[in-house]
Design a protein around this ligand. Sequence first.
Ligand SMILES: C[S@@+](CC[C@H](N)C(=O)[O-])C[C@H]1O[C@@H](n2cnc3c(N)ncnc32)[C@H](O)[C@@H]1O
Length: 252
Amino acid sequence: MTSPRSRYRPGAAPDYSHRFHAGNIGDVWKHCVLVDVLERARAAGGAVVYVETHAGEGEYLLQSTGEWTEGIGRLWDDDTAAAGADPVARYVALCRRLAPGADRPTSYPGSPAFARAVLGAGATLALWERDAAAYGRLAVHVGAGRAVVCQAASPVAGAGSKLSSSEAVTGLKRAEEARADLAKTLGVPSASIVIDFFRATMWPDSRLGCAGEAPSPAGSVRGFLIQLSSGGKTYEFHSDATNRPRRCTAKG
Ligand SMILES: C[S@@+](CC[C@H](N)C(=O)[O-])C[C@H]1O[C@@H](n2cnc3c(N)ncnc32)[C@H](O)[C@@H]1O
């Protein structure tokens, strides 16, 4: 007799959708803590970069029944739960703000939506989501017009990973530098510029794919291709791993 093939075998197709579990008791525990941690990070001051490897969809529609009834459903119309100043009360109040509904919540925010709400429009969210459908909805719910970096594969170990986690953080730093430089050039606030994506790239030589002087003989250079957008236009920047990115208009 052969044993059934495990759904957890390496390389198995993804078969998990968080929409069936959104707002359940696990989400309540997880997001209570998340909101508290985010608030502390914001209160500490300075720029906050939120990095999440398993982002999900960012927002989930709730049917009239489901696991949520045992989670956020039990707190939704409990005014004492939302009245205090403790982390649970602040979480419930935020859920009510992000997921309106009269008698019951009609949707539930995912973790990236909590991050965006607490950290504000200027914070960078670096999000990864493997499932193509969830990734598409994530971009719609959390990404539109704001500084969000989405890639379809997690930077941590897993099928299709393109970036190591340290490279993801480096790429994000280079992308933020490109954003600051573009903001200065265009004379607009940095927060109005969207980081569409950054990708690890192997450039053929020290010109980093841009037109320029003769390349150094050192050969190929690993770095990043960064795309920003502002006012309906896109802007391409190229970088190596350590120096500020340069804006590239012509390829050499
Ligand atoms: C529990 S759900 C995410 C919930 C979300 N963090 C929240 O709290 O609202 C886990 C998500 O991780 C995604 N996922 C699983 N493996 C992944 C990988 N290696 N890289 C990126 N995303 C992955 C799944 O497609 C799924 O949408």
